[in-house]
Design a protein. Structure first.
Length: 211
């Protein structure tokens, strides 16, 4: 299988907007997302991984992009980072079943190494291309609080110049949304001092939940 990090055809702008049905309900939006060709990531990913959870919901959580497990299952946050997020939610007193979870990018970006698919951070152009889907999720979910997980998600929602390290654990007002900022759970999974990183992550979730 070729890498999903192929170059875009010259002059072809990355944009999912033309695939997004205007004013659609959630089921129609999710169905339409399966056919999105707004950027090149669809070419090698198994499927679109759309958001899931109650609509509307008081809490919306935005991650970076699907990983290998999510791409295979077609569900958000079901891999190692998702399992850690579940534990952190429980420790922070957040009920995942009452939250809407999604990603800034809906296809799995990776490079192929032998039989393994190695996750790659989405390019800014891919985040921008996918934003029309996220914008519609905001419209339908109507969250009172959005929690962004990691720099990619934070910049997708708050703008490309946003610096997560300066605002971690804070809730900001942005375009009518209250946005809580913390790291992505995958960074906790990889942390050298896991206990310290996990406790800090839980503390962030508690702080933004209570703001």
């Amino acid at each position: 299988m070729p890498s999903a990090r192929t170059s875009k055809s010259p002059g072809k702008a990355a944009d999912a907007a033309r695939y997004v049905p205007e004013g659609a309900d959630w089921a129609a939006l999710r169905s339409a997302s399966a056919g999105c060709r707004g950027c090149d990531l669809y070419q090698d990913a198994t499927q679109t991984v759309f958001g899931e959870g109650p609509v509307p919901a008081r809490l919306m959580v935005v991650g970076e992009c699907p990983g290998d497990r999510e791409d295979t299952a077609g569900q958000v946050f079901v891999g190692p980072a998702g399992r850690l997020l579940d534990k952190a939610f429980e420790a922070a007193g957040i009920d995942r079943s009452k939250a809407y979870l999604t990603n800034a990018v809906k296809h799995f970006p990776f490079t192929q190494r032998g039989k393994r698919r190695i996750h790659q951070q989405p390019r800014r152009s891919e985040v921008v291309a996918c934003f029309p889907w996220l914008r519609e999720e905001f419209r339908l979910v109507k969250p009172r609080l959005v929690i962004v997980l990691g720099a990619v998600a934070a910049k997708a929602v708050l703008g490309p110049s946003f610096k997560l390290t300066e605002h971690r654990g804070q809730v900001l007002d942005h375009d009518g949304l209250k946005v809580g900022v913390t790291v992505h759970p995958s960074s906790v999974v990889r942390a050298e001092n896991f206990t310290e990183a996990f406790d800090a992550f839980v503390a962030d979730l508690k702080a933004v939940r209570e703001s």
